[in-house]
Write a protein that binds this ligand. Structure first.
Ligand SMILES: N#Cc1c(N)ncnc1-c1cnn(CCN2CCOCC2)c1
Length: 299
């Protein structure tokens, strides 16, 4: 997408990165698309309103986290944010990013559970035997990953390896901040009937002050696993229903019934698109207590 005053430099599955077209290097623009991904595929069509809703959720969390973050408050000294993306863009300070995905797990699932099944540990942290997919852990664990080159999968690493990569002081600061932020967010989400199972933070170093700064998006359902607490604790439900991703399970269930996982996935029908937006909206309302800033035109 062309944006006046900005040059596109990177596209992830669901977000795009821009640098100022005038060559200045103090800022970046992170634009959340309406794209949705599942099973490592970007799906069609986009979910109208998703980018704006998740940007608002990330901003809501940033405002409640007592750490410096990369959002630009004083926009007078920064390039203008184009109106067409204003509701789904973050104008940020450019940081020296640490090459670590700071993953914190309060429950054992996904790649962490797969590693546990193979080794009995996750990122070098030994866990009790007999844990099952989705089990809550007694205490959250920090399971960092080394940020692989663009397009490759990140590599789970031990804390000791993170020390080799970024030094003892930074590695310790990343771990301690990530565990503290996760625990606070998990406890807040629990009061809203939502289980925060895991999340991923990214941090950078401010080149001017040297301080540790929270970057990227925070605690969205693209960077985190959120489950409905009543379903999670209903042990009569099948496990897949207890661990249903708050926002993507509708898409995953439909794809499981309409796609054999070969070739490109089929386009989502309008009703699935509408139902999926409603799940994003429900998560936003449950967590924040307010309505998201944007509702797609009723189809
Ligand atoms: N945020 C931020 C940020 C910053 N404030 N300063 C310098 N670099 C970055 C940056 C560059 N890449 N990533 C990885 C995550 N990306 C986020 C956007 O969308 C694509 C993926 C972070």
């Amino acid at each position: 997408m062309q944006l006046a005053g900005w040059r596109h430099i990177y596209s992830g599955k669901v977000r795009d990165l821009y640098t100022p077209a005038d060559g200045s290097d103090a800022h970046l623009l992170v634009v959340a698309s309406n794209r949705v991904s599942a099973f490592d595929h970007v799906l069609e069509p986009p979910i109208p309103g998703k980018g704006a809703l998740l940007t608002a959720l990330s901003n809501w969390w940033f405002a409640r986290i007592d750490l410096p973050n990369h959002l630009v408050d004083d926009r007078a000294a920064a390039p203008e944010v184009p109106a067409e993306v204003a509701d789904r863009a973050m104008l940020t300070r450019r940081l020296e990013m640490h090459p670590i995905e700071c993953v914190v797990r309060g429950a054992l699932t996904g790649s962490g559970y797969a590693e546990y099944e193979r080794t009995g540990a996750v990122c070098g942290i030994e866990l009790p035997a007999g844990l099952r997919d989705g089990d809550l852990l007694d205490t959250p664990i920090y399971t960092p990953a080394y940020k692989a080159p663009l397009g490759e999968h990140d590599e789970n690493i031990t804390f000791a390896r993170s020390v080799e990569l970024v030094g003892e002081d930074v590695a310790t600061a990343l771990r301690d901040a990530s565990l503290r932020l996760f625990t606070a967010a998990r406890d807040l989400a629990a009061t809203r009937g939502v289980v925060l199972a895991d999340t991923k933070f990214e941090f950078g170093r401010d080149p001017l002050t040297g301080e540790l700064v929270l970057a990227d998006e925070v605690l969205t359902s693209d960077s985190s696993r959120y489950w409905d607490a009543s379903a999670y604790h209903d042990t009569a439900l099948p496990r897949q229903d207890r661990l249903a991703s708050f926002d993507k399970q509708i898409v995953r269930n439909w794809l499981s019934e309409h796609w054999d996982r070969t070739g490109e996935p089929p386009a989502l029908p309008e009703r699935i698109v509408a139902q999926t937006y409603e799940r994003y909206r429900e998560l936003y309302v449950r967590l924040t207590g307010g309505e998201p800033p944007y509702a797609p035109v009723a189809v």
